[in-house]
Design a protein around this ligand. Structure first.
Ligand code: ATP
Length: 243
């Protein structure tokens, strides 16, 4: 059974009749140009947008779950995170335990270790660099141990080491019943770490399938208007713009 299944979901001027599913143990990458609808789609899954159509989470409609039930099952890492107050790193990560009504110190420190921020637990989050803060916010989601982890461009402010580290972490997270859906712009990384890709274009699913099925010269030319050089059999896979 799919963990999430989206049927004919539309969102005014942003998404049109999207059909998509997420399977247990899967990492699904959302790709597509700026404005294609990746964030909008993640927000529909997370229940923060009013869509038409149906989204089912496990065996019930998403709308049948209470906010707390949904937050236990699904965690969203937004594209931009900021605290209105100068909270400590530990406080931010503990927010991930809110749906569980505890602050389980083991899970908080485990999430901090996984993302490499455990040395800053008592440090004000707004005194960290952009990439360091991004890892703190990811730790917040990990601390909640959601069955479905949704991440909107989690690599955007990370250096090369942490891009690989976090993608490996998310790859490992998607085991058993857990799944990950993330949006990203690095198509080589998407080919390397994702089981399936969903290529969005102007709010519609342009292609959905394995990286080899989705990352074709024709698809990328049609959607991104660029010629690319592809070698998906290489280690790591190569997707680079020509010229
Ligand atoms: N809150 C909003 N209300 C109305 N339209 C919006 C809103 N947020 C985004 N849009 C529009 O919806 C479309 C899809 O935006 P979305 O943020 O989902 O794209 P994206 O694929 O995530 O883009 P990017 O790669 O730039 O992050 C864009 O045309 C955008 O201008």
């Amino acid at each position: 059974m799919a963990v999430i299944k989206m049927t004919d979901v539309s969102l005014a001027h942003r998404l049109a009749r999207v059909n998509l599913d997420l399977q247990p143990g899967e990492v699904l990458g959302l790709i597509g140009p700026n404005g294609a609808g990746k964030t909008s789609l993640l927000h529909c899954f997370a229940g923060v947008e009013s869509y038409t159509g149906e989204i089912r989470l496990l065996d019930a409609a998403l709308s049948d779950y209470s906010g707390e039930q949904r937050a236990r099952l699904m965690g969203l890492l937004p594209q931009r995170c900021q605290s209105a107050w100068s909270l400590s790193v530990g406080d931010i990560i503990r927010l991930g335990r809110l749906p569980w009504r505890d602050d389980c110190p083991e899970k908080v420190s485990q999430a901090a270790r996984m993302t490499g921020v455990n040395q800053w637990l008592d440090h004000p989050v707004d005194q960290l660099s952009g990439g360091e803060q991004a890892r703190v916010w990811l730790a917040r989601v990990l601390a909640g141990e959601p069955r479905v982890l949704l991440a909107d461009e989690p690599l955007a402010s990370l250096d090369l080491y942490y891009q690989c580290h976090i993608l490996t972490l998310l790859r490992d997270y998607a085991q058993g019943e857990r799944s990950v859906m993330l949006s990203m712009h690095d198509l080589s990384m998407a080919a390397r770490y994702c089981d399936r890709l969903c290529l969005l274009h102007q709010g519609e699913v342009f292609a959905l399938g394995s990286p080899a099925e989705v990352l074709t010269r024709e698809n990328l030319l049609a959607v991104y208007q660029v010629q690319v050089q592809l070698d998906l059999a290489a280690t790591p896979p190569v997707v680079s713009v020509i010229g």
